[in-house]
Design a binder for this molecule. Structure first.
Ligand code: SAM
Length: 239
């Protein structure tokens, strides 16, 4: 069975990364740029995170490797078939000693928020199942009992972008991934639900707008107070 692994975990005898994510998708190529740039690229190269992509079509049978079919009862679109998807998840689960937490991306799922991101970051292994077309045959959900996760109340064409949202938000919390650990602690949607304070960098003045004087003085206690005062609350968090 062909699969693709990114991260030194793919090499025999390598140190096991702190966080492994397996993505099951019909379009593994969509992740190319996402995995190959910036913070995630560095995290993979440093063996902090391992991302494996698995092509669901590998588990399809027949000459045409069919993975979807028309819905019983009629209606538009195609539905992802249970046999290849269930076989794929079972095989991927069995490919590592840690069975992993199975998450299916779905608009029907619980909405992702920073509390859920923290919860997922505590898992050593996540298996992300990406839907396509009209979505999953319901027996995939019944058979595998995945956690259904939505990234918002809108419909996308597939679970790949939602999977990238999950990977990106979770990997920021994996120790060592961000250059400065404090930047994740200080960010918006911490336990108190507050949003981050405003940031400024050079130049000191831009089109007549000056940087608040207090940030220039080097008084760390005063700066911390100013920042605490300038954190705001998201309406959804009751602020
Ligand atoms: N027919 C489905 C419905 O009306 O709820 C929408 C299916 S959508 C076109 C195809 C796939 O994209 C879904 O199975 C899911 O994996 C993914 N998807 C779309 N929107 C999503 C969202 N807001 N959150 C998470 N996954 C989503």
């Amino acid at each position: 069975m062909s699969h693709e692994g990114e991260g030194a975990g793919a090499c025999a005898g390598a140190i096991v990364p702190a966080w492994r994510v397996d993505v099951l998708t019909l379009f593994p190529g969509l992740f190319e740029g996402f995995l190959g740039e910036s913070i995630l690229k560095r995290a993979i190269a440093r063996n902090l995170v391992e991302v494996r992509r698995w092509d669901l079509r590998e588990w399809a049978e027949g000459r045409h490797k069919q993975v979807d079919d028309r819905p019983f009862g009629g209606g538009p679109g195609m539905v992802l078939m249970a046999p290849p998807v269930v076989s794929a998840v079972e095989a991927v689960r069995a490919s590592a000693p840690e069975p992993g937490r199975l998450v299916a991306l779905s608009p029907r799922g619980r909405r992702l928020d920073q509390a859920k991101v923290r919860e997922l970051a505590a898992e050593p292994r996540l298996i992300l199942l990406c839907g396509r077309y009209e979505g999953f045959d319901e027996r995939i959900i019944d058979e595998l009992s995945p956690e259904l996760l939505s990234i918002g109340d809108y419909v996308l064409s597939g679970g790949e972008v939602p999977a990238m949202v999950v990977i990106d938000s979770v990997m920021r919390l994996i120790p060592g991934v961000l250059g400065d650990e404090a930047s994740a602690l200080d960010e918006s949607f911490g336990p108190d639900g507050a949003l981050e304070y405003p940031h400024y960098t050079r130049p000191r003045e831009f089109r007549g707008r000056a940087v608040p004087e207090i940030l220039l003085g080097g008084d760390h206690a005063a700066i911390a107070r100013w920042r605490a005062e300038h954190r705001t609350f998201h309406p959804a968090h009751g602020g």
